[in-house]
Design a protein around this ligand. Sequence first.
Ligand SMILES: NC(=O)c1ccc[n+]([C@@H]2O[C@H](COP(=O)([O-])OP(=O)(O)OC[C@H]3O[C@@H](n4cnc5c(N)ncnc54)[C@H](O)[C@@H]3O)[C@@H](O)[C@H]2O)c1
Length: 308
Amino acid sequence: MAFFHQICRGFSSSAVRAVVIKHVTIIGGGQMGSGIAQVAASTGHSVTLVDTSEDILKKSVKTIEGSLRRVVKKKFADKPEAGEEYVQKVLKNVSTSSDAGSAAQGTDLVLEAIVENLQVKQDLFSHLDKLAPAHTIFASNTSSLSISDIASSTSRLDRFGGLHFFNPVPMMKLVEVCGTSATSQETFDSLMNFSKELGKTPVSCKDTPGFIVNRLLVPYILEAYHLHERGHGSKEDVDIAMKLGAGYPMGPFELSDYIGLDTIKFILDGWRVMDPNNPSFAPSELLNKLVAEGKLGKKTGEGFYKYK
Ligand SMILES: NC(=O)c1ccc[n+]([C@@H]2O[C@H](COP(=O)([O-])OP(=O)(O)OC[C@H]3O[C@@H](n4cnc5c(N)ncnc54)[C@H](O)[C@@H]3O)[C@@H](O)[C@H]2O)c1
């Protein structure tokens, strides 16, 4: 299997064995970082969660605790004491820090889930590259940026990859594991194994825009906007049609509101710069108008639909 990957993906190789990831430093305690921290801590990993302030970190830990309590309510319905013990045990595996540099020392994996901005991600990794141990693997949870571009700010190209989780992390089973042409086979194997240890199903993908899921999903969502803009179906009918006709749990407009319209616009705008003539990335006036009005979906109370 390893040989197959090497042929197919052109990995560089060395005699070094895959790193067993026991301690993970997660940078960014937002939606994704908190979710990944929860899952890693629940599967026995020691986690340091990093964000820019103690206040944000307190909120992150509260989010993790709330999510764990929801799990426990179902899993330990008849044994509330055992449930409480479980929550405390998992929380013990999570420490927090507002100093990324010191959190990167003595860790096996630095996984970044900060703002989707290339320069900010590059600055972070360039800084940590000088401080983290030689064996430490770096990974990004980016949805739309190139892993090679992010990695280029470091001197550990062979120990750099993509680990793309899905929201909400505790519920969603998939992880897209991305190696660049410089990622070593050992690093790739470590990231695959880590994903499996988290109870996820990893798939291997190339360092191309949107990896697999978003490369298919975003053009589909955009085509739904265009279909609606052409007057070929109301958003309600399109959503019903895709749920009942294609078996999707949400229609494209509902899903857009859940993801965040700003996020979808950000991804599309970035891809259009890379591939301006691709009709799959053609702008949507409706999307641009809603984003300009601050109607970003569920998180702002209104997007394609109203919430409240
Ligand atoms: N939201 C999703 O559905 C989703 C899914 C997959 C991947 N992603 C990717 O994950 C990343 C994070 O997304 P999110 O939705 O969790 O964002 P978020 O806004 O909820 O959280 C980002 C967190 O990073 C912190 N942060 C920003 N810059 C930092 C820095 N330099 N050092 C430390 N902390 C910093 C912020 O304070 C914030 O708490 C993005 O790259 C995004 O593209 C998001």
